[in-house]
Design a protein around this ligand. Structure first.
Ligand code: HEC
Ligand code: HEC
Length: 172
């Protein structure tokens, strides 16, 4: 009788493991939010690339209308930052910051915030971290970037509404 119960437990354990494993794996690998955003970003980037064809290597301020941060950088490099760094790091697509019918427009609040965040990151790196007497040395120049805080969230530090149950930061 005892053996029979032990066997039953073992079978139950194996069956639940088999039942649980594939569903966990599949929800993670097929996150529809990630996929649709990646396709959306690629679509917009392609649109802009086609519009600036032949001018990709020119300085961004000669190709685009409203460049303040990326002066001197090739236009294609700016698009790379837009698609692969800023959008991904914030977990958004281009329309979060842009009126996609008028890329130069500053009408979206997040467009302005992004420029302010760039200034903040510069201050943290140049005025705060670089002057830490023990941490920043001649050979070591630690720096932070957007992903230090954002890590795929537009509002780091708030409980994530897209994934209910995800915890916010410690409150201390
Ligand atoms: C977090 C906000 C943000 C996201 C997301 C974002 N952008 Fe931008 N984008 C900006 C800001 C701010 C500038 C201005 C940069 C500067 O001042 O040098 C800009 C500039 C541009 C410009 C130049 C416009 C002009 O005429 O001056 C283009 C084109 C552009 N972005 C395309 C994209 C594309 C394509 C995506 C998506 C793949 C994207 N952006 C995602 C904030 C964003
Ligand atoms: C030191 C941490 C930190 C760094 C570094 C940082 N951010 Fe942020 N950012 C935040 C926090 C926190 C919020 C959200 C505040 C809130 O909940 O309203 C935020 C909000 C934003 C928003 C507004 C999001 C929205 O949907 O309203 C934008 C846009 C943004 N950041 C862009 C950037 C960019 C681009 C960089 C890199 C140049 C950057 N941030 C670097 C902490 C940071």
């Amino acid at each position: 009788m005892k053996k029979w119960i032990t066997a039953l437990f073992a079978i139950t354990a194996v069956v639940s493991l088999v039942a649980l494993t594939p569903s966990r794996v599949s929800t993670k690998s097929a996150d529809p939010r990630e996929d649709s955003l990646a396709a959306d970003r690629a679509k917009y980037t392609k649109m802009v690339k086609e519009a600036i064809a032949g001018k990709e290597k020119l300085p961004a301020e000669e190709v685009f209308k409203n460049i303040k941060i990326f002066k001197g950088q090739p236009a294609e490099a700016v698009l790379g930052i837009m698609e692969n760094r800023w959008s991904k790091t914030l977990g958004v697509s281009c329309n979060h910051c842009h009126n996609v019918k008028d890329w130069a427009s500053e009408e979206k609040h997040d467009h302005q915030i992004a420029r302010e965040m760039v200034a903040m990151v510069g201050k943290i790196n140049d005025d705060l971290i670089a002057t830490m007497p023990s941490y920043a040395t001649k050979d070591r120049k630690p720096r932070i970037g957007c992903s230090t805080c954002h890590r795929g969230e537009s509002h780091p530090g708030r409980p994530n509404v897209a994934r209910p149950g995800a915890a916010g930061p410690p409150r201390n």
